[in-house]
Each structure stands twice: as structure tokens, then as C-alpha cells.
Design a protein around this ligand. Structure first.
Ligand SMILES: Nc1ncnc2c1ncn2[C@@H]1O[C@H](COP(=O)(O)OP(=O)(O)OP(=O)(O)O)[C@@H](O)[C@H]1O
Ligand SMILES: N[C@@H](CCO)C(=O)O
Length: 358
């Protein structure tokens, strides 16, 4: 298809729940809520000046998300990918409709999904044909903990690490975010387009674990936002050996236990406990401790384990049944603390996909 023809494609990126208890910054699970971009590029009309992309947005975040392509996270990331391939602007006559099912700032990976959507958008607009690993490099230059973006891109229950790079590559992967996503439009005369910080190759490695089809995700979603930055700000810089061993023992068991059929509630409940992030986040999420300690497989048959979803405030319960009782009882504890919630029963989702429409 030539660039003078109309093009349309759709990008679907799933929500994710990171950590799953002990796997802080390591594991993520894709969920059946999506951000969907419907992208249309009309053929250029001769003589008409270059036009900026038109963004419309429906669903979650509609009242707060910036619609300027210079400010919107997804289009800024797409432009970063394009600039790294010597393409300095969006095509003319580009319109993007975003329909978003992922609530902002709740621990369901909305920012990771927006970043992955941006990488996929840049890849399609530039017809770059980037392999998955390279797309992950771009996503990791923006969102620097790999758990959400890797699970959103790959789909399923995914573990990842950031590689030990050589010194130059390490420095390149750690340039300030303000250089990766500069303020647009640039000041007059600023040479912004020519030298973007290109990601080193192979920043992250990942693996998809097995998943038992019988397991669903009950998400209990408070009606308040907690930014990831704030929830990371309360974490200590150092941990005791006991706490690290506690988490590593559980994570090693959890990554296989959730793939077993039937899953073993006694094994998984204990394996979803954490000492690295949840204890420090308790003051930010009223009810967290009571929910995770009072809702157990013996009080709630069908429950496998319960934890904070990502940086919170959403609670994630993995279960094979008894979904409503788990959600009702967790909601009641939140309400006692004055927190209103919504809950959703979600499937474990697939990977991000791009569909060509015509
Ligand atoms: N579809 C989107 N389009 C543009 N910006 C978005 C979109 N989704 C999320 N964002 C931006 O990301 C911010 C939320 O990011 P944050 O990292 O605080 O929470 P989260 O990603 O929802 O949670 P977590 O990382 O714990 O799973 C929003 O306030 C908004 O600025
Ligand atoms: N691992 C991250 C996930 C949030 O995006 C955290 O818990 O801060």
C-alpha cells in the first residue's frame, strides 16, 4: 500500500496487574480491560499545509487526559519512536480515537498501557516493523520498571528483568525522561529532532509462565487515584536479608503454582504474601492490611491469594470461584474505612495486538 492511500488500523493494549504479591518490579499479569486506539490516516490533499494529529478520547480518563499530541503520553511516545528512526513529525491527516477501559492511577497499568500503545503507534506510523524485543526497549526507556509494560506487550503471566548492560549502554538507558520525552513543541531554533536518545538494544529479557485457565482475577478498585510515583516514594532504599529471602522463596513457588491445574490454595495464598512493598504502602491504602489478612482460602472457598495490584490502590484476588463473596467482603472493609469501590471480575488477557482495518 502506498503512502498516498488511506490507512486505518486498531491497536489494543491490555491492562496489567504488577507484582502479584512478592514479585515487586518483576512479574505482571495482563487483564481483560483494554485501551484501544482507532487510527486513521487520510491521503494528503495537494497543496494543503501539514496538519497536527487529532486525538479524541472516550471512557476512563476522558475528563483529564490531554488531547494535544504534544502533551498526550501515547502520542509523545509514538513521536519518540519515530524520531529515533529519523522521522521528525507525525503524518498529516492523522486522527486517533482512544477508547480506554483502564482507570488511571489505580494499579492496573494504565500508564504502561499508554506507553505500549505509543510504541505500537510509532511502529505502525513509521512502518518500522520493529521486533517485539526492540519495542520493549522503547517502552523501557519511558517506563523504567519492566513488569507492567512487558506483560502488556507480551500478554499473560510474565516475568522480566533489566539486563546488566555495559557502561555506555547503561548510561544510555538511564538518560532523564525529560530527554526521552522532551517538552513539545520545542522552543524556536532548538535542535530537538535530530539527536533523540536511542535505546540500547536488549534492555530487558522476559519469559511467559504457565497459567491455569481456571484462575480469574477479582479486582476491587477504590474510587481514588494513587500515583505510582507517590506509592514508590514511600518505599525504603534497603531491605533486610530476611525480607528479601521471604519474597524470593514465595516468588519462586508462585511462578509455577499459578500454572498448575488444579491450583493449590494453601500453596498460592502463602506464596502471594510480600514484605517488600505492601507493608510500606499500608498508610496510603486504608483497609489493605485487614483485607489481605482476613480474606483467606478458609474463609472464602475458591480464593487462591490476595494482594495489592501494582502500586495500588486496587486489590487483586486470584480465585477459581466464590468471586462475589470475595469482592463483597473486601468492599465492605474498604467502606468501613470510608472508601467507595467498584469491582470487576476479569479474565487473564492476551498480548497487545494491531489489526489493519483496510
Ligand atoms: N490512555 C492514556 N492516555 C494518556 N495518558 C494516560 C493514559 N493512561 C494513563 N495515562 C497517564 O498515566 C497516569 C497514571 O499513571 P500511574 O503510573 O500513576 O498509574 P497506573 O499506571 O494506572 O498504575 P500502576 O502503574 O500502579 O499499575 C495518568 O494520570 C495519565 O497521566
Ligand atoms: N512494580 C511497580 C508497579 C507499578 O506500576 C510498583 O509496585 O511500584
Amino acid at each position: 500500500m502506498s503512502d498516498s492511500e488511506a490507512r486505518s488500523f486498531t491497536i489494543h493494549v491490555p491492562a496489567t496487574s504488577a507484582n502479584i504479591g512478592p514479585g515487586f518490579d518483576v512479574v505482571g499479569l495482563s487483564l481483560s480491560l483494554h485501551v484501544t486506539l482507532t487510527v486513521t490516516i487520510s491521503p494528503p490533499t495537494s497543496g494543503s499545509p501539514a496538519s497536527l494529529p487529532i486525538i479524541t478520547h472516550s471512557g476512563e480518563g476522558a475528563s483529564e487526559v490531554p488531547l494535544s499530541p504534544w502533551k498526550n503520553l501515547t502520542t509523545r511516545v509514538a513521536l519518540y519512536v519515530l524520531r529515533c528512526h529519523n522521522i521528525r513529525s507525525f503524518p498529516s491527516n492523522l486522527s486517533i480515537h482512544v477508547n480506554n477501559e483502564i482507570p488511571f492511577g489505580r494499579g492496573l497499568g494504565s500508564s504502561g498501557a499508554a506507553v505500549v500503545a505509543g510504541v505500537l503507534l510509532g511502529n505502525e506510523l513509521g512502518r518500522l516493523n520493529l521486533p517485539i524485543g526492540r519495542m520493549l526497549d522503547f517502552a523501557l526507556m519511558v517506563e523504567r520498571h519492566p513488569d507492567n509494560v512487558t506483560a502488556a506487550l507480551i500478554g499473560g503471566f510474565v516475568g522480566s528483568y533489566l539486563r546488566e548492560l555495559d557502561r555506555d549502554a547503561m548510561e544510555a538507558s538511564q538518560v532523564p525522561l525529560s530527554e526521552v520525552l522532551p517538552e513539545y513543541p520545542p522552543n524556536a531554533g532548538e535542535d530537538w529532532g535530530l539527536h533523540p536518545p536511542v535505546p540500547p538494544t536488549g534492555i530487558g529479557h522476559y519469559v511467559r509462565f504457565g497459567w491455569s485457565d481456571s484462575i480469574k482475577a477479582v479486582t476491587i478498585i477504590p474510587r481514588f487515584e494513587l500515583s505510582t510515583a507517590k506509592a514508590r516514594g514511600v518505599l525504603p532504599k534497603q531491605y533486610s536479608r530476611e525480607d528479601l529471602v521471604f519474597n524470593m522463596q514465595r516468588l519462586a513457588v508462585l511462578t509455577t503454582a499459578l500454572g498448575q491445574t488444579p491450583p493449590d490454595p494453601e500453596l498460592t495464598y502463602e506464596a502471594m504474601k510480600d514484605r517488600v512493598h505492601q507493608p510500606y504502602r499500608k498508610p496510603l491504602i486504608p483497609g489493605l492490611l485487614e483485607i489481605t489478612s482476613n480474606i483467606t482460602p478458609s474463609s472464602h472457598p475458591g480464593l487462591l491469594g490476595i494482594c495489592l495490584s501494582g502500586a495500588g490502590p486496587t486489590i487483586l484476588a486470584l480465585a477459581t470461584g466464590g468471586f462475589e463473596a470475595i469482592a463483597d467482603d473486601a468492599s465492605a472493609i474498604f467502606r468501613k474505612e470510608g472508601v467507595e469501590v467498584d469491582w470487576k471480575l476479569l479474565e487473564i488477557g492476551g498480548a497487545s495486538i494491531v489489526e489493519q482495518n483496510r
